[in-house]
Design a protein around this ligand. Sequence first.
Ligand code: MN
Length: 337
Amino acid sequence: MNTLNVERLVRKIQAVKSVLLTTHKQCDGDGLGAMLGLYHALRKNGHDVRVMTVDDVPSKYTFLEPDKVLEVFTGPHRPIAPTELALIFDTNDRRMVDPLYAELEKHCREILFVDHHPVLNQGPEPTPGSFIDTRAASTGEISYFLIKGLGIRLDENIARALYTSIAFDTQLFRYVKSSPTSHLICAELLEYERNPEEIHQCLFSTHTIGKVAFLSKVLSQIEFFGNGSVAVLKLRSQDLDDHDLEMDDSRDVIDMIMNINSLQAAALFREEAPNTYKLSLRSKGKIEILGVAESFQGGGHLFAAGALLHGKYQDLKLQVVNQLLHRLDVPFPANKK
Ligand SMILES: [Mn+2]
């Protein structure tokens, strides 16, 4: 097991009373589960702790009962009072926490990132003292070691949140960074979490009939390059609206197409506004795609990354495809197949 050395962060938490926990905007199961797990633990420990997201929590996380404990910064919330320590989960890029980050800077004595993404070469520096370890398959695992380091006993609430985080980011143990750590932690969590299959369903069996209609439309427009080694998919926000879906519904489309056996990498362009696209990239591991995202001022993991792109779709698509084919050693320019 990869035991993470979180000693310094544990001491920081022990030294303060008031803590605010948050995660990147458009939060996912990892950041949400990691901070909710620590929230429940710190409450038991007598901390004055508050948990907040930048924007709305996707509806599939209702089973974590975020409404009971969590405030949304872009919705009605109590003003942020002077706080000793703010912890930001599942990102080390302050831009991902805008506009909340500016408020944290005003009211929090110290802001630290708790994360497992590589620090960007061209992004803002994480705050000194932040805990960033790319060996962790999920941020929830870092929370687990923090809770252990603080000597707080696990319970049902903590276990449910941390299990959610690990199940989500490893996609039910598909991506465990070649380590037994995720499995071992979850085995312990399952002493407290009695219904993991309910969590699996809430995270992964969420398709509405509208979602399936949406998928059949977008999947029919998939384009392949380099003998089926690269796939490109475009989503329009209108497609989501037409099928009564939320933004989060577009997130798993790229993971779905990564199940195509010939594929090495995929690019998903989600139209945010005219000539503005949110690019998501995935790789099966043969090529690193973080550099492609970084070439557009984006970020992420080595094999799962993203960026915000401005320009004409055809031009952007060609740039991305050519970068991917170049990394795959497929002849330039992209010959479509
Ligand atoms: Mn994560």
